[in-house]
Design a protein around this ligand. Structure first.
Ligand SMILES: Cc1cc2nc3c(=O)[nH]c(=O)nc-3n(C[C@H](O)[C@H](O)[C@H](O)COP(=O)(O)OP(=O)(O)OC[C@H]3O[C@@H](n4cnc5c(N)ncnc54)[C@H](O)[C@@H]3O)c2cc1C
Ligand code: SF4
Length: 503
């Protein structure tokens, strides 16, 4: 029988992968490869590269134990062809195979590269999601606006999660209004479960250190889970100790606590060490047992079967040009401090320093600190997109681009967000303790000590008034701007311009 090559990518380390399901263990050959092209097409955070390589090596070992013939190429193997198509062609020559079976990659770039290969290719749908692309497209068809909330309700109905017959548990679909509590004085959770690197992880860390040690971000300490058993332990730890308060402080930010009650499961979920329904069922169970309240569990489940599925649907529906969109024509370069954390703006300095050290920041830090600043300052959204893709351990284009280009930078012109996510310093002050230890004064609207978010906020609204002033959800804000004294307006705009010129 002629062998076929079964491609397993770094974010496809899942037993039930559709490509493996379609394969014949007795004759087909699994191909896995650590290649320079994937590790360097943007300069990823070293923790991200180490996480993926370690998870791949452990998964390959597991497949071998399970009886698969796995051809695994390590990054420093001399015959490494350097790219996924190159490796497949090399393995095809080595084995006589002429056909490749894969699971659809989560990035247009790689789909294109595979389709351009001179080998017969069959890409199976990625079934590790709650919704199929067809389902999403059918939902989206003919709608004026693609609002996540309505898609989410369909996913609740489809999965039966938190449903009471055909009605939502507790009578409401969404308990977000209860999930906006400001940062408490202290957090009764010691953070995500951390794992001591085993021999495989140590070996990978040494490799990554020698090859990518100069990229942005710190490789060590490295404590992420790198196999399914560890990832499941991390999930149980979160459900037991953090989920009950996840909702309350979901949007809070603190100087001295990087993780608050967040799950830190996105890396595991995105490479396939955890399954979305497994996670959601565990959270639902915690609610049914009275261990976690409805606002926490609903909020958590919404992120996974709502936001996560929705952004994936948008990415594949909108097409390969999506990451290049720039609806607001923002052209400024990304400020240097995004790479150093060296800025007097404490919120940005904290979020960026944490990102360098952990390869992680939680949603509100990404959206309302680094993202908000980039949008207010008019940074080119493609540069912002590349930054997010590089610096976070959970960043894969299908999920990163809609969040950055769409939700955060409004560069898709409103496909995802019905209005731009912008705020002055007041929001950051309400949700964090950052402002207390900042050189700027959040209460000052103008003057040498004024929080830069305060002047930039009005500068953004003023320069985009043509687009947003008629947006119903922004009426009130524009009414405030119009009512403002002309002299004060002029001072705000002059100071904002001076700040931007100095960036
Ligand atoms: C500008 C920007 C860029 C982002 N880039 C990424 C990215 O590259 N990869 C990524 O997985 N998430 C991204 N997100 C979404 C979100 O910030 C992360 O999923 C979350 O911070 C991961 O940490 P956690 O596991 O502790 O999440 P929790 O707050 O504990 O939430 C639980 C889970 O819900 C899912 N989730 C929550 N919000 C979203 C969302 N908006 N989109 C998709 N899934 C969501 C994640 O899988 C997450 O693990 C981005 C958000 C913004 C604003
Ligand atoms: S005062 Fe402004 S710049 Fe400083 S931490 Fe607060 S929001 Fe950030």
């Amino acid at each position: 029988m002629v062998s076929r090559l079964i491609l397993v990518l770094g974010d496809q380390v899942t037993d039930t992968l559709s490509a493996l399901d379609a394969a014949d263990k007795t004759s087909d050959i699994v191909v896995m490869a650590e290649v320079a092209e994937e590790a360097t097409y943007v300069q990823h955070h070293p923790k991200k590269i180490a996480f993926i390589f370690a998870a791949m090596r452990k998964f390959a070992a597991r497949l071998r134990e399970d009886g698969w013939d796995v051809r695994y190429t390590q990054l420093d193997d001399t015959e490494n062809a350097g790219s996924i198509p190159g490796e497949l062609i090399r393995r095809a020559e080595e084995t006589g195979a002429s056909e490749v079976i894969g699971t659809q990659p989560g990035e247009w770039r790689l789909i294109q590269a595979l389709e351009d290969m001179p080998l017969k290719l069959s890409l199976k749908p990625d079934t590790r999601f709650v919704s199929t692309q067809d389902e999403f497209d059918t939902w989206a068809e003919g709608r004026k606006a693609l609002r996540m909330e309505y898609f989410y309700r369909d996913m609740r109905r489809k999965t039966g999660l938190l449903m009471d017959g055909d009605q939502p548990e507790g009578g409401k679909w969404n308990y977000d209004s209860e999930n906006r509590k400001p940062a408490p004085d202290d957090i009764a959770f010691s953070g995500p479960m951390q794992f001591t690197p085993d021999d495989t992880v140590q070996e990978v860390l040494d490799l990554v250190d020698s090859r990518f040690g100069n990229s942005f971000g710190q490789l060590r300490p490295f404590w992420f889970a790198t196999d399914q058993t560890q990832a499941r332990r991390a999930l149980t730890h979160f459900i037991t100790y953090a989920l009950p308060r996840f909702g309350d402080f979901q949007d809070a930010m603190m100087n001295d606590n990087r993780f608050l009650y967040h799950a830190l499961i996105s890396p595991y979920l995105n490479v396939g060490l955890l399954d979305p329904m497994e996670i959601c069922r565990a959270a639902e169970e915690a609610y049914k047992e009275g261990h976690a309240p409805l606002n926490a569990v609903e909020g958590f489940i919404r992120q996974i079967i709502g936001w996560r599925e929705y952004v994936r649907g948008i990415y594949f529906r909108e097409g390969p040009d999506y990451p290049r969109r720039n609806a607001l024509n923002h052209q400024r370069k990304l400020p240097e401090f995004y790479w150093t954390g060296e800025t007097e703006m404490n919120c940005l300095s904290k979020a960026i320093t944490q990102t360098a050290e952990e390869a992680y920041a939680h949603h509100i830090q990404r959206l309302m600190v680094t993202g908000n600043f980039a949008l207010l300052a008019g940074i080119n959204p493609h540069e912002v997109h590349e930054w997010y893709l590089r610096v976070y351990i959970d960043a894969f284009e299908w999920v990163e681009a809609p969040n950055t280009v769409g939700m955060s930078q409004f560069a898709d012109g409103g496909v995802i967000a019905s209005k731009p996510y912008v705020s002055s310093g007041a929001y950051i002050n309400r949700m964090s303790d950052y402002c207390k230890s900042c050189r700027y004064k959040v209460a000052d609207k103008t003057g040498p000590d004024a929080c830069p978010f305060n002047t930039l906020y009005w500068h953004f609204l003023d320069r985009h008034a043509d687009r947003f002033a008629k947006n119903q959800r922004m009426n009130q804000i524009y009414a405030n701007w119009r009512r403002m004294d002309e002299g004060k307006k002029a001072t705000i705009l002059t100071e904002a311009n001076a700040f931007l010129d100095a960036l």
